[in-house]
Design a protein around this ligand. Structure first.
Ligand code: NG1
Ligand code: ZN
Length: 530
């Protein structure tokens, strides 16, 4: 590696003056025009991480998910398709904040020597982006960094975030006994659709209308649909205009539906028909429907988690597999009714701090860990031992055989690297088809407590320190006691305050027995902040 090559390439991407960057829950995310230097340096980090991992393939995804069209972002994907190991986030932060090109090079070489990275290991990196206007220029910044370090790199173009996670895992497991699949988009569609078609054999589930947030999920869902066996489901694709950049995540998409608790205005909703919305990079999904009185009902990540958990538990039992430990992982944003419902099912449920890496980690503790954020980001993990037991179990009856076949197919249908809206869409469709449930029957499992999510701009969000999986504040001193005093005045109420990991705000969540109580509690808690 030559210092000149790196500093000369870096000089084309000067760090904007006066900016401080931080690798947060979702990597780096901000207005796209601030990002070129950050993306360039993330390219260097990806190369270093790959070399540190002895040439494992590292992924780089350029996306700002559900954020507005003018934003963009970048994050790394670790070898098995997980989020970047947290201890490396700080190295990303220090590279991004290096004031000069020389400083960038010095930090890179210091990390190289601190980690005893061997000089002869070649880095391998794959990358992709969502459909934003700013993406091609940022991809170029990334490629310039990879080329300056002579990295073996592959551009996957516009892909969903979970597709890139899938490809990374496939590449790193190829030729092993835990090979994950063919490392191409064709391989991804083949894996999902063959499991789906097997699970849907002889079943038909009618129409589901999918709002794609005018993001990359639209074209990718259109690529998936022809692989689904005809007669199984009819997927009506809406909000899939990726040419008009300003439409991305605007008045549509999973975040809009979840935050506003209402239909995208463009929806011509038919009573009891199924609707789903993806977010801008298709790693989140929520479902919803309107009833005969035209009242909107949201089926969010909590409803998907409970649906998946109860279905898998039933299949495991019906297969004759015992001592199988299934748990559900949630965050503080999970509706209190969902937590009580899971407890009623007799399943363990744990709460972690916000951010998929925390949920994912906690889910690894179970034979099968179901994790979802209320906003619709989540998946189901099967441990290697669980997969082994499922594949070697001998059924004692045709009924056990049939349940076991379905269970095996489910492990293929679910994207186990990360929450994946396309995989989750097929999962929900399969379960509803097996149960012969309408969205209203699914919804009837439990009734959400009315809730309200607010954000507050405060002087310093770092002044807010939490404990107990972010459910309680330890700082500013005395604030938690004041929140508790408010909460005690409402029925079935809960409220918490935490600093956002992705925006410069503090979030306030409140739930209570009635909508007006939840709204009032959120407003009163918000009024305590400064
Ligand atoms: P922050 O900004 O830390 O609340 C948001 C979401 C998370 C997660 C991340 C990553 C809420 C309340 N928070 O985090 O669940 O999805 O973005 O995108 O939805
Ligand atoms: Zn997303």
């Amino acid at each position: 590696m030559s210092k000149d090559a790196v500093t000369a390439a870096s000089a084309a991407y000067p760090k904007p003056a006066g900016q401080t960057f931080q690798y947060g829950t979702a990597g780096f995310r901000m207005k796209a025009d601030l990002l070129p230097s950050v993306v360039f340096r993330v390219g260097l980090l990806a190369a270093l991480r790959s070399r540190y991992r002895n040439g494992d393939v590292i992924g780089v995804m350029i996306t700002a998910s559900h954020n507005p069209p003018a934003d963009n972002g970048v994050k790394l994907i670790d070898p098995l398709g997980e989020m970047l190991e947290s201890s490396w986030e700080a190295h990303g932060t220090s590279l991004a904040n290096a004031p000069t090109d020389d400083a960038v090079f010095d930090i890179y070489t210091k990390l190289e020597s601190d980690f005893a990275v061997k000089p002869d290991v070649k880095a391998r990196v794959v990358y992709g982006c969502d459909t934003r206007e700013s993406s091609p220029a940022l991809v170029k910044a990334l490629k310039d960094a990879l080329d300056a370090l002579n990295v073996d790199s592959t551009d996957f173009g516009a892909v969903t975030t979970p597709q890139l996670h899938y490809v990374v895992r496939c590449l790193n497991t190829a030729g092993t006994d835990h090979a994950y699949g063919e490392p191409t988009l064709a391989g991804y569609y083949a894996k999902l659709s063959s499991a789906f078609n097997q699970l849907m054999a002889g079943r038909s589930n009618g129409t589901v209308t999918v709002d794609c947030a005018n993001g990359v999920g639209g074209p990718k869902l259109r690529e998936l649909i022809p692989h689904l066996a005809s007669g199984t489901i009819d997927v009506a694709v809406t909000n899939d205009d990726t040419e008009t950049f300003s439409k991305l995540n605007s008045q549509c998409g999973a975040d809009y539906v979840k935050t506003n608790q209402r239909l995208p205005p463009s929806t011509n909703a038919q009573p009891l028909a199924r609707y789903a919305s993806l977010d801008g990079d298709a790693d989140r999904i929520v479902y919803y429907y309107v009833d005969h009185s035209n009242v909107f009902h949201l089926l969010d990540g909590d409803k998907i988690a409970t649906l998946a958990a109860s279905f898998i538990v039933d299949l495991v039992r019906a297969s004759g597999i015992d001592n199988f430990n299934l748990g559900v992982v949630q965050t503080a944003y999970a509706n209190g009714s969902s937590t009580r419902y899971i407890e009623k099912l007799g399943l363990p449920v744990v709460c972690t701090p916000t951010g998929v890496k925390h949920l994912h980690h906690a889910a690894l503790a179970y034979d099968c860990g179901v994790y979802f954020e209320a906003n619709g980001h989540g998946t189901v993990l099967f441990s290697p031992e669980a997969l082994r037991r499922i594949s070697t179990h001998s059924p004692n009856s045709p009924a056990e055989q049939s349940a076991l076949t379905s269970l095996k197919a489910l492990t293929e249908l679910i994207n186990q690297t990360v929450g994946d809206a396309l995989s989750d869409l097929l999962l929900v469709e399969v379960i509803l088809a097996h149960k012969a449930w309408s969205p209203a029957q699914w919804d009837a499992c439990y009734t959400d407590l009315p809730n309200r999510l607010e954000k507050a701009e405060v002087k310093d969000r770092n002044a807010y320190k939490t404990t107990d999986a972010e459910r309680r504040l330890v700082e500013p001193e005395g604030l938690q006691a004041r929140i508790d005093a408010l909460v005690s005045k409402y029925h079935e109420a809960r409220s918490f305050v935490r600093p956002s990991g992705t925006e410069n705000v503090v979030r306030v969540y409140a739930e209570a027995a009635t909508k007006s109580e939840a709204d009032e509690l959120a407003a009163k808690v918000k009024a305590l902040l400064d």
